[in-house]
Design a protein around this ligand. Structure first.
Ligand SMILES: CC(C)(COP(=O)(O)OP(=O)(O)OC[C@H]1O[C@@H](n2cnc3c(N)ncnc32)[C@H](O)[C@@H]1OP(=O)(O)O)[C@@H](O)C(=O)NCCC(=O)NCCS
Length: 182
């Protein structure tokens, strides 16, 4: 969906712009999608799983921007991509259409500056506007920074999905389930 650009002040005094993602950022997004999973084990993708082309990424981003039931938000600091976050409907069935799910990741150099919290607050406002009644998300066990950020922004823990992820070395990780009522 399209939404108003918002400027926020970071803990280090810099400014950050939150705005709809679009094909304009496709090349930087492909770099980001490959780089961020290399900086943390807490994302679902491995870098080598990003196999689509620039043209495909451009179409994905513009389709999301033009979809009234999806929010794709990019964070820009000093003209560069700092991170991205999105909210998508769980399903179009009547019994499911009150729920959406959230995903967020920033480049490591931008962690701890307040961008994540600001994006979560803005996404919450926009999800309410869409008409969703709750946001669901999952956090990989051990991701204390993400857990703290979500709790600060009003999300509560509801359970654990055991062995939710399997890593290339054969080890498993649980996921913590969280949600926020809107
Ligand atoms: C998780 C993430 C989105 C949070 O965004 P952020 O901009 O770093 O978060 P903020 O700066 O807004 O807030 C972080 C909060 O966590 C707290 N925190 C940081 N590390 C912590 C830890 N180890 N234990 C407890 N709290 C911690 C900070 O003190 C801060 O709270 P405060 O503002 O009250 O002091 C970001 O760090 C990120 O992209 N991480 C990698 C990808 C990821 O894990 N994505 C989430 C997948 S579920």
């Amino acid at each position: 969906m399209r939404f108003e650009e918002r400027e926020i002040l970071l803990k280090d005094g810099r400014k950050c712009i939150l705005k709809p993602n679009s094909s304009e950022y496709a090349a930087q997004m492909l770099e980001y999608l490959k780089a961020t999973p290399g900086e943390t084990d807490f994302l679902l993708r491995y870098p080598d799983e990003v196999k689509w082309t620039l043209e495909e990424e451009q179409k994905i981003l513009d389709d999301l921007r033009d979809n009234p039931y999806a929010v794709m938000m990019i964070a820009i600091v000093d003209g560069k991509v700092a991170g991205n976050a999105g909210v998508n409907g769980i399903g179009y069935q009547r019994k499911l259409r009150h729920r959406c799910s959230l995903a967020i990741a920033l480049y490591k150099e931008y962690w701890g500056l307040g961008i994540g919290s600001a994006m979560l607050d803005y996404l919450t406002e926009l999800a309410k506007q869409v008409g969703w009644k709750q946001i669901d998300l999952e956090v990989v066990e051990g991701n204390e920074r993400a857990l703290a950020t979500y709790k600060k922004c009003g999300f509560v823990e509801t359970g654990i999905r055991h062995r939710a992820l399997i890593f290339d070395d054969g080890t498993y990780r649980d996921e913590i389930l969280m949600y926020k009522e809107l």
